[in-house]
Write a protein that binds this ligand. Sequence first.
Ligand code: SAM
Ligand code: SF4
Length: 383
Amino acid sequence: MREDWEHGGFGLYIHWPFCQAKCPYCDFNSHVVAQIDQKAWCNAYLSEIDRVGAETQGRVLKSVFFGGGTPSMMDPDLVDAILTKVRATWSLANDIEITLEANPTSVEAGRFVGYRDAGVNRVSMGIQALNDTDLRALGRLHTAQEALTAFSTARETFDRVSFDLIYARQGQNLADWRAELTQALGLAIDHLSLYQLTIEDGTAFGDRYAAGKLRGLPNDDVAADMYALTQDVCAAANFESYEVSNHARPGYESIHNQIYWRYGDYAGIGPGAHGRLTLGGDRYATEAPLAPMQWLAQVGKTGIGDSLRSKLSAEDQRSELLLMGMRLREGVLIKRIEITEKIEKNINSLNDLGMVKSRGDRLVLTGQGRPILNAVLRELLAD
Ligand SMILES: C[S@@+](CC[C@H](N)C(=O)[O-])C[C@H]1O[C@@H](n2cnc3c(N)ncnc32)[C@H](O)[C@@H]1O
Ligand code: SF4
C-alpha cells in the first residue's frame, strides 16, 4: 500500500550554519565564526548521509536543498563531495532539484560555476531589497548593484534561479513596494519568494522593537494592503502564488518546498536541522542540536547527528498535514485528513464563514481566508 509520505515524496535538507555577518532581523540558526574547518564539516555531512541513507534505502530522492545560514560560503569541493555521496546513496529522480541558497556578493558569485559542476541546478538568492539605503538598514553586506550583478552571473550559470525579497520594511510605503516588486518581476526568471518582514524575539530587530526604537514599520493595515498588492501584481505577471509567500511560473514551483508543504518525508542533516521520516510504518520527527560545534563533535563521537527522534501520533500528523498543506493554493487531499467529529465541525464552520471550501477532492483556503491563514489554522485545529 502507498504510504502517506509518498504523496509528497522524499527529499534531503542540509543545513550550513555559518554567515559572514548576522542580519538584525534573522532568527535562522546562523553563526559568525573566525574560521571554519571545511574538511571536518565534510566528514560529518558524509557520515550523516551514510546513516540516514541506510534507513531509507530504496527510496527515490526528489530534491536536495542546501540551506542556511549562507551555504554559498561552502567550498565547491565540499558541495561536490556531498553530492557524490548522495548519488551513491539513493536513486535520484530524473528531474531532481538541487538547490543552494546564496548571498548575492561577488565572492559568492565566483563559486557558482563550481557549484554547478558539482551538480547544483538551482540557486535561491537572498536579495531582500533593491536599494542601498534599505539594504544597509537590513544589515546586508551587498549593495543593490552587487546583488544584480551576482544575479546575472547566476542566470548565466543555472537554468533555475529564484530570489527572496523582504517587504513591509521600515519606511516603505505601498507605492515603494509596488515599484520594487515591478522591478523584481522584470528580473525574475521562474520563481520569487516574497516575505513580509516579521520581528522575531531574540534578534537585534526584536530588541529594538521591544525598546520602541524600530521606527517606521508599516502598520497592520498597510502590511495587509502590501500582501494583497503582491498577490495581484504577481498574478498579472504570471507569477501566481502557489504558497503564501512563494510565487512561480506554472511548472517552476520549488520541488523541495513542495515536499514540506505536501507533508512528504525529508531527512534533515546539520546543526538544528529538522526531519520527518516514515520508518517501519511510523512517522518520526527528528531534530539536531543547534550549536554548530556541538553537532560536529556529536557526529564525530557517536555517529548520530540527531538529538531527538520522536514518534508522531495520528493527531500530530493530522495537525502537521493541515498546517503545511493549507499554505498551498492546491490545498490538502481530503482523503489524507483523518476526520474526527471535531475537525468536521471546524471545517464546516470555517466553510460557513467563507474561509475554506472543498474544491474537487481537496480542502482549500478561499481568497478571503488566505490573508488570515494563521487565524484560520487556529480555528481548523481548535479542540
Ligand atoms: C535562510 S535565509 C537566507 C539565505 C541567505 N543567507 C541570505 O540571507 O541571502 C532565507 C530567507 O528568509 C527570509 N527571512 C529571514 N528572516 C526574515 C524575517 N525576520 N522576516 C522576513 N523574512 C525573513 C529572507 O528573505 C531570507 O533570504
Ligand atoms: S538572512 Fe541569511 S545572511 Fe542574514 S543572518 Fe540570516 S541566514 Fe545569515
